[in-house]
Structures are given as C-alpha cells and as structure tokens.
Design a protein around this ligand. Structure first.
Ligand code: HEM
Length: 384
C-alpha cells in the first residue's frame, strides 16, 4: 500500500518522478526501452565487457601502488547506463562526463543526515542545476542528429515518441521535456552510485578478508582460466556468486530504501498508519535480521551456500526493495556487479596500502542516502 514515493524522494533524487500516472507511464517506458537498449541482454553484456577493459587499464596504470577506487569505478559503472540512455559511452578524460558523475557522487554524500541536508541544500541545488544544464546540452545535440528509424538510446526513443504524439495532435501527454529530464536524471543517479558503491565494498572486503579472496580467485582460475567471464558463467561460480550476494547483504547500501507514502489508511503489525504517512522501508530489518541470518553482522558468504557448496537463494535478500516500486535496474545492476567483480578479481589481487594492516581496514559505512565505504586506498596488484 505504499506505491507512492514521498516528496523527500524528489529532494534526494533532485527530480519529480514520484507518483500517479506520470510515474506509471515513465517507469513502463523506461523499462521497455532500457530492455530494447540491452538491459539484461547480450548487448548489455558486451558493453560491460568493453567497459571492464577500460577500467582494468586505469587500475593497471597505478602499477600496484595504492589509490582511491571511487572515481574510476564510478566512471565505468556510469558509462553502462550512459550508453543506454544517451547512446554512447564517454572517455574518462571527458570533463562533460566526469563533472556530471562527480557532482552526483557528491550530492549523494551531502544527504548524510537531515541537519546536513538543510545545511547543504544550496550546494545540492546548485549541483543539480549544473547537471540539468549539461543534460539539456546533451539532449540538444541528440535532437540535432535524431534519426527516428535508428534510436541510439533512451533519449532518442523519448524524443521520437514525443514528436509522434505532437504530430498526432496530442498536447497533454507525459512525454514532455520535464519528464525527459527527470527520467534521465533518475536513471543516471540511481544507476551509478549504487552499483559502484557495492562494487567498491566488494573490493574492500576482498582486501580485508584475503582468505575469501583466495577462494574467489581459485574458483575463477579453475572454472574460467584466462578467458573473458560471461554472464552464463555465474551458475558455475557459486562461491563467487555467494560473495557478491553477501557483499550486497552486509553492505545494505540503500539503508532506508526510498521514502514511500501510504496510499490509504492501513493497520500493519497492529499499528494504525494513516493515509499519506511517510514510511521508510528499513532494509536492514531483513538484510541484517538475526532470525534470518546465522551471522547477520559479519561477512559470511556461506549464508548463500548449502553444505555441498551450491548457491542458495535467500528470501530475506532484498537489497533492491520489493513490491511495485522495486528497483527498476535490478537485472542491470546484478549483471554489472557480476561482470565487473569477476573480471577485476581475475586481473588483480586487492590488498591494503603498504603499512596498513587488513585489520585496520575500516568497514564502518559513511552515511548518506547510500552507505559507502569510508575513504580508503587499495592496491590492485596485476595477476595477468
Ligand atoms: C546495486 C545496485 C542497486 C541497488 C542496491 C538499488 C536499490 C534500489 C532501491 C532500494 C530502490 C527503492 C525501491 C523502493 O522505492 O522501494 C531503487 C529504486 C530505483 N532504482 Fe535501483 N538499485 C541499484 C541499481 C540500479 C540501477 C543500475 C538502475 C538503473 C537503471 C536503478 C534504477 C532505479 C530506479 C529508476 C528506481 C526508482 C523506481 C521507481 O520509483 O519506480 N537502480 N533501487
């Protein structure tokens, strides 16, 4: 009964994609088109494989010296959603791209707590406005070169639909410039920081727990060897799959999901909740539930393995939330996490910076709308 997002969501995402018919139509259009542009399919797998190579080059350039993984990981992950939305990836040296990604990343951190939200509201709004300006410039360029018979990405598909509706005299549709901006911003924001943060948790956990990293790398060597990992390999990599799931479970990176609003009066677990009340679905109540998990607060990949080492699904694994507003990008995020994590672990051994003991690697999350690792550096020691 909480299909609606609360208006705080608009503030957090910097957009107005919250409720009613507009949400329904935009969500449907985004899903259909992202699938057309590869979400969950081979085309997307190929894009991720290409992006992995760019990310590997950046990691290699550090030559095993310690570095902060945030920016390159953000850029690589963001490029996947960019290629679906705008129709092309960007170079990591392109300031038009990097400033947009960096601003989004900063804005997520600015939402750390309510008092900081108020304090930072001006900076937040300025950065949202700057990203909007850049998006309008990108839309303009795409519009100038639009070919209705060959859509390059989501923006093209939206513009073509808008033009067709206008040509048929429909002036009241949801396909207007504001909704284009909102939907693109939603996809860009939701599709970058979440997946990148999860991936960085995964690398940090590997440096912190080298014996688990050993087992992942042993499995990758035994099952894959030197060849490129493919999505279809997942079922043959149960330990690695369990590590990725456990990273998402323990990481609990979207701790309060997005604020929802009850669409009618309801009694839930004996509590009366009035229509229109803001509800925060606290995902830790399932992800860290002591009645569901043997070691709720430890990194324990065996949560997802049976006694024979086979992968097992768990009902309380809900990092993407649930219900009608469940994460729209779940299949994309799962594919990205699997492909990026396995490819990086094939190529590199992740260790703490020299002089830092693995026990000193801090797993206390840094707050915000997402929970990310505290600032840290890792060494990526080349294995191939
Ligand atoms: C590990 C990565 C990710 C996690 C943990 C995650 C988690 C979530 C969560 C918890 C929500 C809120 C659901 C609710 O309101 O109950 C959400 C919404 C959403 N996510 Fe994700 N997400 C991830 C990646 C992505 C990606 C890659 C995309 C890109 C397409 C994406 C697009 C969205 C959108 C558009 C919504 C809003 C859906 C709506 O309001 O109808 N997410 N996500």
């Amino acid at each position: 009964e909480t299909d609606e997002h609360d208006s705080t969501t608009d503030f957090i995402l910097g957009v107005l994609w919250s409720n009613g018919d507009s949400w329904r139509e935009m969500r449907r259009f985004a899903l259909v088109n992202l699938r057309d542009f590869g979400m969950g399919k081979k085309a997307c797998e190929d894009k991720i494989i290409e992006e992995c190579q760019h990310l590997i080059e950046v990691f290699k350039d550090f030559k095993g010296k310690p570095f902060d993984t945030t920016q390159p990981t953000n850029y690589a992950v963001s490029n996947i959603i960019c290629s679906m939305v705008y129709g092309s990836r960007f170079e990591y040296s392109d300031p038009e791209f990097t400033t947009m990604v960096d601003r989004t990343n900063r804005n997520v951190l600015l939402t750390a707590s309510l008092s900081i939200q108020v304090f930072n509201a001006k900076t937040f709004i300025e950065m949202v406005a700057a990203n909007q300006k850049q998006n309008f410039a990108l839309f303009r360029r795409l519009k100038e070169t639009l070919n209705p018979d060959m859509c390059r990405g989501f923006v093209d598909a939206f513009l073509v639909r808008k033009q067709n509706l206008e040509a048929s005299g429909n002036k009241n549709s949801h396909f207007h410039n504001d909704n284009l901006l909102m939907t693109v911003t939603n996809l860009f924001n939701a599709g970058t920081e979440t997946t990148s943060t999860t991936l960085r948790w995964g690398l940090l956990l590997m440096a912190k727990y080298p014996k688990i990293q050993d087992r992942v790398q042993e499995e990758l060597r035994r099952v894959i060897g030197d060849r490129q990992v493919q999505v279809s390999d997942r079922k043959s990599l149960p330990f690695t799959d369990a590590v990725i799931h456990e990273t998402q479970r323990l990481g609990n990176i979207v701790p309060t999901s997005l604020p929802h609003r009850t669409s009618r009066d309801i009694t839930f677990h004996g509590y009366f909740i009035k229509k229109g009340t803001t509800v925060y679905p606290v995902l830790a109540s399932v992800l860290h539930d002591p009645s569901e998990w043997e070691k709720p607060h430890s990194f324990h990949p065996a949560h997802f393995l049976d006694k024979d080492g086979k992968f097992v699904k768990r009902d309380a694994f809900l990092p993407f939330s649930a219900g009608r507003r469940i994460c729209l990008g779940e299949s994309l995020a799962r594919m990205e996490l699997f492909m990026f994590f396995t490819t990086l672990l094939q190529h590199f051994r992740f260790t703490p910076a020299p002089g830092v003991r693995k026990d000193d690697l801090d797993l206390t999350p840094r707050g915000g709308i997402t929970l990310s690792p505290a600032p840290h550096q890792l060494c990526a020691v080349s294995q191939m």
